[in-house]
Design a protein around this ligand. Structure first.
Ligand code: ADP
Ligand code: 5GP
Length: 191
């Protein structure tokens, strides 16, 4: 396998997608986004095959049972997310570096599986109140979904010390620069 694996994890609402969108087309990083499968409904503007592969719960379970995922988690009660092995082959087989936006447990599983070929990067919100404000400002989730995400944030942040690199997303420009630099250093190193 040629390409490397960059795993990005953070509590929902921290700014992962914003940061990834800012670096994804940087030619020096040679990144391709890993499209995960999920059993949740698409949000407005989300497209099948671009943001996620949207599967029914039954289809998700069938593909999990068939061993098609390198990892999957029930990230929120009743909602599963997973990385398809076909996605890893599609991207890294082409010599591209694969960037994954996945939950903390999935992230550490992928890191364990791919070892030094993978960089696990955790993005930390400045504090929980800011996280909740960002989720409300994004205006994509119901009050119930926001409460679920905020409730999970403390547990997720407790996983941060197990990641290779932690970047705080307070000032967006600084966070983008820090993430870009960490990835560039990693993908420029042999091994
Ligand atoms: P995630 O992908 O981690 O769930 P998003 O990238 O969707 O989070 O960001 C959540 C919201 O916070 C978005 O509305 C985004 O514009 C905003 N945001 C992201 N980073 C910052 C930042 N550094 N300062 C202020 N707002 C931010
Ligand atoms: P959202 O519903 O906001 O798109 O994503 C919710 C959470 O699911 C985020 O923490 C995101 O990182 C995680 N997630 C997305 N795709 C995957 C995946 O393939 N595997 C795992 N384990 N988590 C994922």
């Amino acid at each position: 396998m040629d390409g490397k694996i960059i795993i990005i994890s953070a509590p929902s609402g921290t700014g992962k997608s914003t940061i990834i969108n800012r670096i994804i087309d940087d030619p020096a990083l040679r990144l391709s986004f890993s499209v995960s499968a999920t059993s949740r409904q698409p949000r407005q503007g989300e497209e099948h095959g671009r943001h996620y592969y949207f599967l029914s719960s039954e289809e998700f379970r069938r593909r999990a049972d068939a061993g098609e995922f390198i990892e999957w988690e029930e990230v929120y009660a009743g909602t599963c997310y997973g990385t398809l092995a076909s996605e890893v082959e599609r991207i890294t087989g082409n010599g591209r570096n694969m960037i994954l936006d996945i939950d903390v447990k999935g992230a550490l599983n992928v890191k364990q599986r791919f070892g030094s070929q993978a960089l696990a990067l955790f993005i930390m919100p400045p504090d929980t109140a800011t996280l909740e404000r960002r989720l409300r400002g994004r205006a994509t989730d119901s009050d119930e979904a926001i409460a679920k995400r905020v409730a999970k944030a403390d547990l997720e942040m407790s996983f941060a010390p197990r990641f290779d690199t932690v970047v705080i997303n307070d000032n967006l420009e600084e966070a983008v620069a820090d993430v870009r630099k960490a990835i560039l250093t990693f993908v420029s190193t042999n091994g």
